[in-house]
Design a protein around this ligand. Structure first.
Ligand code: GLU
Length: 513
């Protein structure tokens, strides 16, 4: 199918400013798996358009493709929206862990609306805008092959349109399998002005007599979406750009019913950084859940998603949801695909982590800390707060915290070679560790005191501080030895732990010699 995208160069703001104060937008996901990160962007933009215009955000679940349904997907969509504070005004919401349907335009689950679709299909049949088709899969297959051989686009050849009323009735009475097709008259232009992509036109000669109702009585996507958007009084059809090519078919349906055509707002695609193609499952897990599992914060994800296809007037990058509501406008949505750049997401995330209060960071990381060996009863609050403030500015994702701080709760395991500073001799490191261990039995562990210890004994700083730090943490990278010791010394047995670690290191280094 060929489309002519007639982009109108500069789009004036006035054209896009929504004047109608009864804006109604909807998100219409199909429950085919865990909510995709790109769908969360759609939800965010829907939410922002609704809030910005004092409008209504509707959540409708499009479950007419029964073969693709995934158990739990509906719950996941509703729960995710609620977790991200993008709760719809109508449709489905989570209340006390249970799904609740709200609003006066329901049912909001398409499989509960079959009778409505069939009623409207009958209306089109009566108006002669649609017709029954009894063609068998074999005939359609043959037709397609012939068209392929003649290098023609695959189109239904309107064979059943020629059937008389009596013939149709007789076939239906005999229980023959039938679909209902839209009768598309060739030779007309269908056009619409997308608020992001501009004017789009296509000739009806390029549009097939699409199926509206399948032989199992279920509607196809175009039929259900148009009827529902009309009956639910949706003013702005907001969705990903992959639906641009379906929109002319939808417009034909609006015309066939004689309904007012809503506004269309297609969002730009989200592209993989590596392939520059649409972000897909092949890039790894792209469900919202997987980003939460990796330790990305919800506000950071939303902030990142807001910029995937939109930019504010100012240079500001950090936006709360409330600020996004104030700042967002359709005319600042981009046409160009947005690159899904994980480095940028990491940047947003670390910025948000840095701005957390220690108690918030604790609450968000508690399960990682527990996995790493933290026990509430065993460790004083001040000890944990100190650990968290040491790591807060170094964290990119919450999930990193466990491996970074586990040494505070458990004796670390590491290779003896970690204790060697650059090209130092193990003997030197051994001697230094021994001196340190003697000194720290009673000596001051502060930075000033340790530096004095080094100076007085004319040791090389690296040959003392590196093995000390490595002995304490067992890691190649960690906070410095003074910060670690200061933290341990919050514990009543802190000095004991420090000495144990030095002992462990001494044993390791002795084993090397
Ligand atoms: N059910 C479609 C989807 O899963 C929604 C298309 C639309 O918003 O019109 O994305």
């Amino acid at each position: 199918m060929r489309f002519r995208f007639l982009f109108i160069g500069f789009i004036s703001i006035n054209k896009h400013t929504i004047m109608n104060d009864k804006v109604r937008v909807r998100m219409a996901p199909s429950p085919t798996g865990l909510l995709h990160i790109g769908s969360l962007r759609t939800a965010l933009y829907d939410f922002l358009i609704a809030r910005k215009n004092s409008g209504t955000f509707v959540l409708r679940i499009e479950d007419t493709d029964q073969n693709r349904l995934v158990p739990g997907a509906i719950e996941n969509i509703i729960q995710t929206l609620s977790d991200f504070s993008l709760t719809p005004d109508e449709g489905f919401v989570m209340e006390d862990g249970k799904i609740k349907e709200v609003g006066q335009f329901g049912p909001y689950l398409q499989s509960k609306r079959l009778e409505i679709y069939s009623r409207y299909a009958k209306e089109l049949l009566t108006k002669k805008k649609a017709y029954y088709c009894f063609c068998t899969p074999q005939r359609l297959d043959e037709l397609r092959k012939q068209q392929e051989a003649q290098k023609l686009p695959p189109r239904y050849d309107k064979f059943c349109l020629k059937l008389s009323g009596e013939e149709v009735q007789a076939k239906l009475a005999a229980g023959e399998s039938a679909v209902i097709r839209l009768n598309v008259e060739p030779g007309h232009m269908v056009a619409f002005d997308d608020l992001v992509f501009g004017r789009i036109e296509i000739s009806t000669s390029e549009i097939d007599d699409q199926i509206l109702i399948k032989s199992d009585g279920f509607p196809t996507y175009p039929m259900a979406v148009v009827i529902d958007d009309h009956l639910m009084e949706i003013t702005h059809i907001t969705r990903g750009d992959e639906f641009i090519s379906s929109t002319p078919k939808h417009i034909l349906l609006y015309e066939a019913f004689g309904w007012e055509i809503p506004k269309f707002v297609h969002f730009p695609p989200v592209l993989s950084k590596t392939t520059k193609k649409k972000l897909s499952k092949r890039e790894g897990d792209v469900s919202v859940q997987s980003f939460l599992d990796k330790g990305y914060l919800k506000p950071a994800i939303l902030n990142f998603l807001a910029f995937l296809g939109w930019s504010p007037k100012s240079e500001q990058e950090i936006f709360s949801l409330l600020e996004l509501v104030q700042e967002f406008s359709i005319d600042r949505l981009h046409k160009a695909g947005a690159i899904f750049d994980l480095d940028k997401l990491d940047w947003f995330n670390s910025t948000y982590i840095r701005n957390l209060k220690i108690e918030e960071l604790f609450a968000l990381t508690l399960h990682y800390l527990t996995e790493a060996g933290f026990e509430t009863e065993k460790y004083p609050k001040a000890f944990l707060e100190q650990i968290l403030s040491l790591e807060q500015s170094r964290l990119t994702k919450l999930s990193e915290i466990g491996e970074r701080v586990a040494y505070f709760f458990r004796q670390p395991e590491y290779d003896a070679s970690l204790l060697i500073w650059k090209k130092s001799e193990p003997q030197t490191i051994q001697a230094n560790l021994l001196k340190l261990s003697e000194y720290l039995k009673t000596g001051d562990a502060s930075e000033t005191a340790i530096k004095q210890f080094i100076e007085e004994r004319q040791l090389k700083t690296g040959e003392v501080l590196w093995p000390l730090r490595a002995a304490l943490s067992g890691l190649t990278a960690s906070p410095g030895p003074f910060e670690i010791m200061e933290t341990f010394l919050i514990l009543p047995n802190g000095r004991e732990i420090i000495l144990q670690r030095l002992d462990q290191a001494l044993q390791k280094i002795t084993g090397m010699i």
